[in-house]
Design a protein around this ligand. Structure first.
Ligand SMILES: [Cu+2]
Length: 211
């Protein structure tokens, strides 16, 4: 993995994958424009102001699909809820989930901890939380939270798209929000079965219930 990471993603992400460096939330939010070699110089400036970069794919990674024959490649930025499912409100907190692993050793985890060693993620009934996926690996991870909807933040407020499973592309950061409206215990995992089985899996416990 270190070879691939060094080639395609640069030291910035590699350091994080090894757990040697902790970044602030603000720095994380800037990661999507910073994680390839050659981004340290002039070309970095204005990356997100150019208007034609899709934030759900790492710029310059070579991993953004292209549409041919005059077609348009669609992404989450093209989705829009037909009608709002929830009222639009701010999340009360952010839970950061780094999608971590090692492709050579085929180890998969969240925040560097595999399922069997991890504590459950505790949510409170009635709250709205933001979940920030930071994909530090070179694979896409389709993350599936059972029991509740994943609202992808594409900047459309109440019209943000609502999904069961959210694919987080390599080297990118993707924010979702969750209206915690389902008491009980839920699975939360990468939907590649061999990743889930390897440890990219969490139990979510929703405390409380409707009054
Ligand atoms: Cu995965």
């Amino acid at each position: 993995m270190s070879g691939m990471m060094g080639m395609d993603m640069g030291d910035h992400v590699m350091q994080n994958a090894s757990g040697m460096q902790t970044m602030s939330g603000m720095e994380h939010s800037k990661m999507q424009g910073m994680n390839k070699p050659g981004m340290n110089g002039m070309e970095n400036s204005g990356m997100n102001m150019s208007g034609n970069h899709d934030p759900f794919y790492a710029p310059g990674s070579g991993l953004t699909p292209k549409a041919y024959n005059g077609g348009k490649f669609l992404s989450y930025t093209d989705l829009r809820a037909a009608r709002p499912l929830y009222r639009n409100r701010a999340a009360s907190r952010t839970i950061e989930l780094r999608l971590t692993g090692n492709m050579e050793r085929y180890i998969w985890s969240i925040n560097g901890v595999k399922y069997e060693d991890a504590d459950p993620i505790v949510l409170n009934y009635g709250e709205r939380v933001r979940i920030r996926f930071i994909n530090e690996t070179m694979m896409a991870h389709p993350m599936h939270l059972h029991g509740m909807w994943s609202i992808i933040d594409t900047g459309q407020g109440a019209r943000n798209p609502i999904k069961h499973t959210v694919s987080v592309q390599p080297g990118t950061t993707t924010d979702i929000e969750v209206e915690v409206d389902a008491p009980g215990q839920w699975a939360f995992h990468c939907h590649l079965s061999y990743h889930a089985d390897g440890g990219m899996f969490r139990k979510v416990v929703v405390r409380g219930r409707p009054a």
